[in-house]
Ligand binder design. Structure first.
Ligand code: AHR
Length: 619
């Protein structure tokens, strides 16, 4: 290949915040990830609705006595509905995430709990131990007094390091002790902020020097019901609504997370804005448009609800930018940030499958925001895929309405990324700008990173059209994976970047001022081997497959399965659906909305084009 560079010419300007990060609470990116809380299920709100395997005591084991979780009038507050009741003497142990609570010798850990007792006073002992019960720090001795909920605090100085730490909380004496919001934070958080971020993970993200931080999702944003967490229904599975996530942590709602676990909202909108500011990134929140996506296709027709969400979105702008004497600006100031956060871009909706229904509602949000805040860029989207009728229809609607910016998402093979380098050369220069909000080539190998790097040169060449771009998803806890590939991987003790992370870092830390026009005699179009696994995926309903056959373009059968045996060649790689061979068919055994994929094991890396045929029997 010969590349010719015209150094005397000047191409489009590249904005400083062109490359950013997409944060979604997927793969336990928040609780058990970036949010530094070490106790899992600190408020006993885990529920079957979040995950069929959960009970309100998930994460906890009895130490002594008969610990019970109750949901009655004695609760801490209306939004934190359950609490732990201990008939004394009794105690519980929390095992944190991954292999346990990580404790580093010489560091401080801040404990807090809300408690009340039916005795004049009740001794409470709190220990940081290894799994065998050996102390990692001197235990805390607290005294709970009186029948009113009160917050008690203490701190541990770790004497021994451990990655399998346990938190033991034990009430002594007689009577009944009630506990809620049992919390343990490392004092050493990112920027030493209370209720803060895990330092090593936050630093890994900060090292990218991202131009923007998109949050909080993804499918997380708009799936579920759009009603709030309120009486009389206390809706458990609802879309991500920012007002649920601010204020004192013990008063924040918790929610079922689309990705199959519980989200505490300890990492909420205030913390996202603060984090964006801390790492020098433009904040870019995305709010639900009242049309679900990601396998759930429902549009809300409740006018009052739609108006409430539109008002919530206006309130969000006020929360971010309003003066301290405005209603929502005052709440921001109360939480510790009187200065505005400087919100300039806001996404409405994510991957809706119903283009006209979405666009009708998007238009209402857009009109209301632009009328009140004309300086805000309101971002629309182009549906779940970069091909097909929904994408075409949404682009047409966005173009016709002169929308400023459109969010595109795609996950494709490395070969696709090489072959589509010129995708944006053909985009209309006078149409909406592109926010490439999610993309990745489908694996975490070196060749994926290489293909992404090549593709990013095409984004950059078109910096007049592609204004913002973020690889997705950002984070994955290796023990709780719903989606791969991911940019940054971690467990309770280590953080490591993928090859794609290094590519993103290279581009983000070397953003140019403008494009220097160049030409190449040719471009590589394939990176072999290109595939080695076969996936069957389904959204939403139970599915059954039979007779899967993978054939090369040369006619050779590379893999075949009629499911007359066991499921040994298949590994579920995503989602929480369970798969099994039943009656000679491969079936997903539950009906939970989910992106579940199975992959043939023992892939052979071959230089072939493949065709996959499967009989889909249902779902
Ligand atoms: O990035 C993972 C998921 O991919 C996002 O939640 C969704 O928007 C897309 O389908």
């Amino acid at each position: 290949y010969t590349v010719t560079v015209d150094a005397s010419a000047t191409g489009p300007e590249i904005s400083d915040n062109m490359y950013g990060v997409f944060f979604e609470d997927i793969n336990r990116a928040a609780d058990g990830g970036l949010y530094a809380e070490l106790v899992q299920n600190r408020s006993f709100e885990y529920d079957r609705v979040d995950n069929a395997a959960y009970t309100p005591l998930t994460g906890w084991a009895p130490h002594s006595g008969d610990p019970r979780v109750v949901d009655d009038e004695g609760r801490l507050n209306e939004r934190n509905r359950r609490y732990l009741s201990l008939a004394l003497p009794a105690g519980v142990i929390n095992a944190g995430y991954n292999s346990g609570i990580r404790v580093e010798r010489g560091k401080r850990y801040d404990f807090s709990v809300w408690a009340r007792t039916d005795q004049p006073s009740t001794p409470l002992s709190v220990g940081l131990t290894d799994p065998a019960g050996t102390a990692l720090a001197d235990p805390l001795r607290l005294t709970v007094r009186g029948a009113a909920w009160t917050r008690y605090t203490g701190s541990f100085l770790a004497r021994t390091s451990s990655i399998t730490g346990r938190l033991l909380v034990r009430g002594e004496g007689t009577g009944t002790l009630a506990l809620d919001m049992v919390s343990l934070f490392p004092r050493d958080t990112f920027r030493n902020r209370p209720n803060g971020m895990r330092r090593d993970l936050a630093e890994k993200v900060a090292a990218l020097r991202p131009g923007f931080l998109r949050f909080p999702g993804g499918c997380l944003v708009n799936t579920g019901s759009h009603y709030g967490y309120e009486a009389p229904n206390w809706e458990r599975r609802r879309s991500y609504q920012w007002k649920d996530t601010i204020g004192p942590v013990e008063q924040r709602a918790t929610n079922a997370n689309f990705w199959g676990y519980n989200q505490s909202y300890g990492l909420g909108y205030y913390e996202y804005f603060q984090f964006a500011e801390d790492i020098g990134a433009m904040p870019l929140p995305v709010v639900p448009a009242l049309v679900t996506g990601c396998g759930e296709n429902r549009a809300t027709d409740d006018e009052a609800l739609l108006n409430r969400h539109i008002q919530d979105t206006l309130d969000l702008v006020e929360f971010a930018n309003g003066p301290v004497d405005s209603t929502w600006g005052a709440k921001r100031a109360q939480m510790g940030h009187p200065e505005p956060f400087g919100l300039t871009h806001l996404g409405v909706g994510n991957e809706e499958n119903l283009p006209d229904e979405f666009f009708a509602r998007f238009t209402r949000f857009r009109a209301a925001i632009e009328e009140r805040y004309p300086e805000i860029t309101v971002i629309s989207n182009s549906g779940p895929d970069d091909a097909g009728a929904t994408f075409d229809r949404l682009w047409q609607l966005n173009r016709d309405a002169d929308v400023e910016m459109v969010d595109e998402h795609y996950y494709n093979s490395p070969t696709w990324f090489l072959q589509n380098n010129e995708r944006y050369d053909a985009y209309d220069r006078s149409g909406p700008k592109v926010f490439l909000g999610e993309y990745a080539s489908q694996d975490n190998r070196f060749r994926n990173a290489l293909a992404e790097a090549a593709y990013m040169t095409g984004l950059e060449r078109n910096a007049d059209v592609v204004r913002l771009a973020s690889y997705a998803p950002l984070l994955a806890n290796e023990d709780y994976v719903q989606w791969r590939p991911d940019m940054i991987w971690f467990n309770n003790r280590a953080v490591w970047g993928s090859a794609s992370y290094e590519v993103q870092k290279l581009f983000m830390t070397n953003v140019g001022d403008h494009v220097v026009p160049s030409e190449s005699t040719d471009t590589p179009s394939t990176l072999e081997p290109i595939t080695g696994a076969v996936g069957l995926s389904t959204w939403g309903t139970a599915a059954a497959y039979d007779d899967v056959r993978v054939t090369s373009a040369q006619g050779e059968t590379l893999f075949a399965d009629d499911f007359s045996g066991t499921a040994e060649n298949w590994t579920p790689t995503e989602g929480r659906g369970s798969w099994a061979v039943t009656d000679g068919r491969y079936v997903q055994s539950d009906t939970v909305a989910e992106n579940t994929m199975v992959t043939a094991g023992d892939p052979t890396w071959r230089d072939y084009d493949l065709s996959v045929k499967a009989t889909k029997l249902s779902g």
